[in-house]
Ligand binder design. Sequence first.
Ligand SMILES: Nc1ncnc2c1ncn2[C@@H]1O[C@H](COP(=O)(O)OP(=O)(O)OP(=O)(O)O)[C@@H](O)[C@H]1O
Ligand SMILES: [Mg+2]
Length: 326
Amino acid sequence: LSDAGLQFVVGKGGVGKSTLTAALGLEAASHGQRTLVAEIGRHGGLSRLFDAEDIVPGAPRVVAPHLTLLTLEGDEALAEYLRLVIPIKRLLSLVFASRFYSIFVAGAPGLKELMTVGKIWFEAERRMADGQPVWERMFVDAGASGHSLQYLQMPSAAATAFRSGLVHREATRVQQLLADPKRTCVHVVATPEEMPVTEACSIIERLRGDLHFPLGDLFVNRCRPPVPRGAAEAIEVLGRLPAEGEAERLRAAMTEAATDALEWDAVQQAAISRLEECTGLRAERVPLLVREEFGIDDARELVSMLAARRKPGFRPKLARSQRGNP
Ligand SMILES: Nc1ncnc2c1ncn2[C@@H]1O[C@H](COP(=O)(O)OP(=O)(O)OP(=O)(O)O)[C@@H](O)[C@H]1O
Ligand SMILES: [Mg+2]
């Protein structure tokens, strides 16, 4: 697990970015670190997990001991920035009310993305009176890949587009933070399936290529537990046992379960091998928790798994839900 203060979580839609952001945040907070979990866009999975769907963008909310949640939204980030640079209230409301503002300022391509990343930078750099960082750890759920890479590339795009002046200076400062492996990393999440793996490979290629971002972990979420050794032989043995009636039905059910498990395992293995081959990284497996409805307590269960991985000599154990699986 990276020590960087600012950690982004990206990946294809639905792979578990919000869940892992919550788990990483809860893990850091459990060590007493002042932790911020943030998500880009309102009504996202992270606020839902913390039961804070009514949270207002830009207004932080404490959701657990040492853990604060913040949602980020372009409009609000832009308005907050203008409040900082135009402290005169009357003038500010005139700006917001003007047609010029809504057409040319708020509508400028890329500006809201830039402001959102700028707000992340602001939070990452904020210091308390004694000089300590306000947040010792920040985890940002950056949304589905196309979206999140668009945000991450904005500072460097702006620094290039504006060769000098205020925008250039501000964007360069943000870019310096994002590119610094001591301070920032980007975790990539996939699931052991074809499309998420393909997308994770191309995200990593871009992070290493034109975006120049420090890579964090490569998580493969919703991994099934390993099939017990001897499953293939067991199918063979079952086939040789004389059985009829109840016993025959039991044998058929057991054979089917073992065959299914082996097939899933082969598909999962192939996906993970492809991911590791195309990225050259070791995939960190995150177990599938079989739940009717997944909630924050389940994310907490992933926390203990993440925490255990910090310890040397870690050997993966079956999650509670998976014990008793045939
Ligand atoms: N390890 C896991 N085991 C079982 N279910 C999981 C696991 N991780 C995530 N899920 C479930 O998978 C679904 C998608 O997870 P999540 O919302 O975290 O994904 P996401 O990548 O943030 O999605 P989106 O791109 O829509 O924001 C959710 O229903 C979540 O509860
Ligand atoms: Mg999400």
